[in-house]
Design a protein. Structure first.
Length: 353
């Protein structure tokens, strides 16, 4: 049996593409012919992933899996395909987050939500990578749904961090980390406000690390930098390094004292799992899929109270007993995302078709 996966883009370091390639490797170990096809792929991934133009239909019992996060020609192709079809929903950011910042993203996300609904009735199984996403599928009209977490290669997080960067960040400041693309739904501006409260009322030696891909349009990024300046931060106190290499990413996690998420929309939240893998205690606003991914782990707030969250984050960076207890809970939760656990769920879904 062939099990082919379709992704709009295959980029190294992208969570969806990396997960698809790990799934492909599992399918091959189970004796299936399997490939990942993409409309766009990095040059260094040629021969690993394949161009979608190379894809050809197979036998009636072969399976096509579409990873859905944005509208693309793959949606129409899936509707027309007559083999067995599975959709994995990675969520579409609600367009209202981009109003006033990026009209093109407002349009893309609006179309993306409509395109998702158009696929209901055209797949045998629709999977969300969180319960939040599964409920989104139900609301969109998909009849048979389930949950399949994003597949992460845990061994990559045991590689060596960038030693020079780690030393640079180890200058005695408390490093508060958030990882995620710079975007309005991630609410990096609230992290700047939390850091401002910390600097004024807890202690001056704080550094905010905002690691993530910069937006195509500068409006939100410029507003974020302006806010940091208005709050009295220097560029060394609020770092915006953009998209970073894997060894740099590991260095940021290794240097972090606490990970704080104030995001208001997450379909899964890969950095939450990365933080658990890297033993960084988490403080998070429990909305959308954040609670699904963390389960009982970390310290979660149903309401976004920046002063209280700053105080708890500070305690986690200074109180070894509290920190140890939170980290123990995160390690227990991590077992649910172990590659073996994700593969077992993947196999059950495949065998149910």
């Amino acid at each position: 049996m062939r099990v082919d996966q379709w992704v709009p883009a295959l980029h190294r370091g992208d969570a969806i593409g990396d997960s698809a390639r790990l799934m492909r490797d599992a399918f091959r170990r189970w004796g299936h012919q399997a490939d990942v096809y993409a409309l766009e792929l990095d040059e260094d991934l040629a021969g690993d992933g394949r161009s979608w133009s190379e894809w050809r239909p197979g036998a009636a019992d072969d399976v096509v899996i579409l990873h859905y996060a944005l509208p693309s020609p793959l949606s129409a192709a899936l509707r027309e395909h007559r083999g067995r079809r599975v959709l994995i929903h990675h969520n579409v950011t609600p367009p209202e987050f981009f109003v006033g910042y990026d009209p093109e993203m407002v349009h893309i996300c609006t179309v993306g939500q409509a395109e998702l609904r158009s696929l209901a009735g055209h797949v045998e199984l629709a999977l969300g990578d969180s319960e939040f996403n599964r409920l989104d599928l139900e609301a969109a009209g998909f009849a048979r749904t389930g949950v399949l977490p994003i597949y992460l290669d845990f061994t990559r997080y045991r590689e060596t961090p960038n030693a020079a960067l780690r030393r640079l960040l180890g200058d005695g400041r408390t490093n508060v980390l958030f990882v995620g693309r710079i975007a309005p739904n991630k609410r990096q501006e609230d992290l700047v406000r939390l850091a401002s409260y910390w600097k004024k009322f807890i202690g001056p030696d704080i550094r905010l690390l905002l690691v993530g891909k910069l937006p195509r349009r500068r409006h939100y990024f410029d507003a974020l930098q302006a806010l940091a300046y208005e709050e009295g931060f220097t560029p060394w106190e609020v770092l915006l390094p953009g998209h970073v290499s894997h060894d740099d990413l590991l260095a940021y996690y290794a240097a972090a004292h606490v990970f704080v998420s104030l995001s208001e929309h997450e379909g899964f939240g890969v950095p939450l799992v990365e933080s658990m893998l890297m033993d960084v205690p988490i403080v998070a606003h429990r909305v959308t899929a954040v609670g699904d991914t963390l389960g009982p782990a970390g310290v979660q707030f149903a309401e976004k109270r920046l002063d209280e969250m700053a105080e708890v984050a500070h305690r986690l960076s200074t109180d070894e007993s509290l920190r140890a207890g939170v980290l123990a809970g995160q390690r227990r939760r991590l077992a649910d995302f172990e590659p073996a656990a994700v593969e077992a769920t993947l196999r059950r879904h495949l065998e149910s078709l």
